[in-house]
Write a protein that binds this ligand. Sequence first.
Ligand code: PLP
Ligand code: SF4
Length: 346
Amino acid sequence: MIPRKPIENQTGKKSKKQLSTHFTDPLKLLELLNLTPQQMFYSPEAAQDFHFKVPRSYVDKIQAENPQDPLLLQIFPVQDELNTVSGYTKDPLAEADSLFQPGLLQKYDSRALLLITPVCTINCRYCFRRHYPYDDKGHFWKQIKTNINLIKQDLSINEVILSGGDPLSLSDSRFSELITLLDSVPHLKRIRIHSRFPIVEPERINNYFLKILADSRLQFIMVLHINHAREIGPDNQASILKLYNQNIILLNQSVLLKGVNDNVSTLQQLSETLIENHIIPYYLHMLDHVHGSAHFEVSEKDAIHIHQQLRGVLSGYMLPQLVREIAGEKSKTPIYSGLSYAILSH
Ligand SMILES: *Cc1c(COP(=O)(O)O)cnc(C)c1O
Ligand code: SF4
C-alpha cells in the first residue's frame, strides 16, 4: 500500500495538496510498480502528445510487476500510439460539425450536451478527445451562460448532459453556480453527469458536492466510466454508496479495449461487480477511431462474439448495449440487430 496524504477539499477549492495526489511522470509510476520503460514500450513522445495524468486512487489499484495490468494499459503512454493507421483520425466523431455553438453539442433530440471543461482527472490513452482543439479553461466557463440561454429557448430539451473533459473538474463553487443556472430552466427534468471522478478520485464526492445535488429540483443520473472490475475498491465503493443513498441513478459505460477487457469472463465480472455496487451496465462502446488508439481495437466480429456469449451468462439487465458512435447518426448505433444475432447464433 502507498501511504495516502490527507486531502482537504471542504471549501471546494483545488488545493496544491490535491494536485500532488496525481502522478504526472510515467517513469515515477514505473519505479513504484517495479517495471522498466522497455518492458512497457514507453514512449516519451506519446506522453508529450497527450499528457500522462493518473490520480493516486487509481494507481493504488494497479498491480506491481505486471506489464499487462489492465488498469496500467489504459493510462500508460506507449510506442504504438505513434503509429499512423488508416481510418484513425484526430476528430473521429466529426464533433467540429455538431458544434453549432462552442461548448454545446446537440446531435440527438431532447438532449443537449454541454462541454463544461477540457480538464480530466485521469488521461485515458484511448480517449476520443485526446486531440480535441480545446482552448483555455476560462473560455468554456464563459460559454456556459450563453449555452444555457440557448437551452432555455429550446422547449424540446428535457435533459442536459454534462461532459468534457470531466465536469467534476469544476470546483464545488463553480459546479454549484452551474446547477443553479440549470435549475432555472423550467423544461429541464434531469441532468446527466458523465464522470470518472467517483471511481478514480473518489474523495471528490465530498459533502459539499452531495449537498449541491440534494438542493436541486432536478433529477441526477451519473454515468461512470469503468472498464474493469479491478477499478472498484473500498475507497470508491464508499463514494458510490453516498451517491446511491442520495437517490442518484448510477449507470456505467465501458469501452471495449484489447488487452484490457476483451473477453467474456472479464466483462461478466465487471457487470457482476457493477450490480453489487448498484450501478447498471449501460453501454459497451466500440473504440472510436482516434489517432493513437489503434492498438486497443477489437474487431467487430470479435466484439459480437464476446457480446453474444455474455448474453448467455448474464441477466438481461446486466448486459450493456454494444454500440458504436457514427458521425452524423441520430443516436448511438447498435453493433448488431436482433436479426443478425439470430443468424449469427446458428
Ligand atoms: C452519446 C451522446 C448523447 C447521449 O446518448 P444516449 O444514447 O442518450 O446515452 C447525447 N449527445 C451526444 C452529443 C452524445 O455523443
Ligand atoms: S474524457 Fe473520459 S476517456 Fe477522455 S481522458 Fe477524460 S476521463 Fe478519460
